[in-house]
Design a protein around this ligand. Structure first.
Ligand SMILES: [Zn+2]
Length: 481
């Protein structure tokens, strides 16, 4: 997609969230039904790996290693999220439906069955199950080497892309080591020490000193330190495009103080989008013959589900689809590229129930999080406002009492939970105010992994989450950890 049409797509999306979905271009890269000799896709490994082989370190490096490897983490998007995405797609299929290898991932943390982003990303980064809320450390808080650190030491270029913020749990687990995922100033310092070649996300405030309104101690200006270390530091879509076109060697892009904007927020159209950051990362890292390992997080499914904001979730599905398509097209046109896509855990128990009607959903879906900025639990005309916003939905006296009982902080969650249930999306029973720092409404079911490209067969069958980086290493020609 060229720059102009991408810009138009972003504008269309911000005005009419689902128009863009309906106008997706037809797929132009056919995939052979059965990959065979001579195809770009490596044939499926005929010998499945027993589940404990990886633990015993018996994963042998494979011949002709994959040199261009992308790990995509879909934060919080369990199987029901794939169903949701497909139901809203005009083609009734999503990019992942065309990936030839599917694995089943057991995502259990060391204790209990339910993971959080920190524990799951630590497993995906280090090759060991990680305690929840901790970032790439063991039970005693000692650092565990990550697959990106290992790949970098072996001469690969390495990068991180996330549409949340760079210091958030998922990207953090690939380049920092802290015992508390909320210690984001420390995470930022570790990431700057990592020497990773490319990092694109939000979270600028964690890199600035207190005197500039940031979270670092006085005098600690991580952007200045990054520039001295040879990074091209960029803060806008235009600066990123320029850095790519000028072949910048190392790029640090921080495009928002905290999370990158949600699609319904006006600042979203300033970009860059997840797909744009991903394309920039591939262009930058692929210039080097030694190959690369890139982690891309589509990280907003989880907060959208925590907030029961199904309209924003649908928009995020579309954003991630654009990024996945760019990656899949990259992989399909190279013989030494591999992409592995995996969720980290389920969130809020999203379920599509019989009353779900995609057409009705498209017509009525509104970002309930942003709607809650305009309404209030105490508004005297709350019932009239809801009736005007959602013609065709009925709000009973009990519904209104439930909404009116909310604190200001809780109101967006109650509103989303109620409205989206009326549109045929069920969630876990409504809980309460957000408790701090755990996986309180995550879910612990097994997840589907999708793989495409060189040595894709390593990712079929059943595996534990922490085996995935070990399998990535085997595909890339080395043993890890
Ligand atoms: Zn997560």
């Amino acid at each position: 997609m060229n720059h102009l049409s991408r810009l138009l797509a972003v504008v269309a999306l911000s005005l009419l969230p689902f128009l863009g979905l309906a106008q997706e271009p037809a797929v132009t890269v056919p995939l052979p039904a059965t990959p065979g000799p001579g195809d770009l896709i490596t044939p499926v490994n005929p010998e499945p790996i027993p589940i404990d082989e990886a633990l015993r370190g018996r994963l042998r490096p494979l011949g002709k290693p994959a040199r261009k490897v992308i790990l995509v983490i879909l934060d919080g998007l369990a199987a029901s999220g794939l169903t949701f995405a497909r139901a809203l797609s005009p083609r009734e299929s999503i990019e992942l439906d065309r990936f030839p290898v599917v694995g089943r991932v057991i995502n259990k943390p060391p204790r209990g069955e339910v993971n959080d982003s920190a524990g799951a990303a630590s497993a995906l980064a280090t090759g060991y199950p990680g305690p929840i809320t901790r970032v790439a450390v063991d039970e005693l808080g000692r650092p565990r080497r990550t697959i990106l650190e290992e790949a970098k030491a072996r001469g690969f270029k390495v990068g991180l892309v996330s549409d949340t913020r760079l210091t958030h749990a998922t990207p953090a687990a690939f380049g920092s080591h802290v015992t508390d995922r909320e210690n984001e100033p420390e995470i930022a310092r570790h990431l700057m020490q990592s020497g990773f070649d490319l990092m694109l996300s939000g979270g600028l405030q964690y890199f600035l000193p207190a005197e500039e309104g940031g979270q670092q101690p006085q005098g600690r200006h991580l952007l200045a330190e990054a520039a001295r270390a040879g990074y091209t530091v960029v803060k806008t879509r235009a600066d990123l495009a320029q850095a790519v076109s000028r072949n910048a060697e190392r790029v640090l892009g921080l495009f928002a103080p905290s999370f990158l904007p949600y699609t319904y927020e006006p600042s979203f159209r300033q970009g860059p989008t997840l797909a744009e950051m991903t394309a920039a990362a591939l262009a930058t890292l692929d210039r080097h013959p030694q190959g690369f390992l890139l982690m891309v997080e589509a990280g907003k499914f989880d907060p959208c589900l925590h907030q029961y904001d199904a309209a924003e979730l649908a928009a995020q599905v579309r954003e991630s689809e654009l990024a996945l398509r760019a990656i899949a097209d990259f992989v399909r046109t190279r013989s030494d590229a591999l992409v592995v896509v995996v969720p980290d855990h389920g969130t809020s128990g999203l379920a599509i129930v019989e009353s779900f009607d995609p057409e009705k959903f498209r017509r009525l879906a509104t970002s309930t999080r942003l709607l809650a900025d305009r309404l209030a639990a105490t508004s005297p005309d709350l019932a009239a406002q809801l009736a005007a916003t959602f013609p065709g939905l009925t709000f009973t006296a009990a519904d209104l009492a439930f909404l009116r009982g909310a604190t200001a902080k809780d109101f967006p969650h109650r509103l989303g939970w109620m409205v989206n249930r009326k549109l045929g999306l069920e969630f876990l029973p409504y809980l309460r105010e957000f408790p701090k720092g755990n996986a309180y409404d995550h879910t612990g079911e097994d997840q589907f992994l999708h793989a495409l490209g060189a040595h894709q067969g390593l990712f079929g069958g059943v595996m534990r989450q922490w085996e995935i980086p070990r399998r990535l290493a085997a595909a890339m020609g080395f043993v890890f950890p």
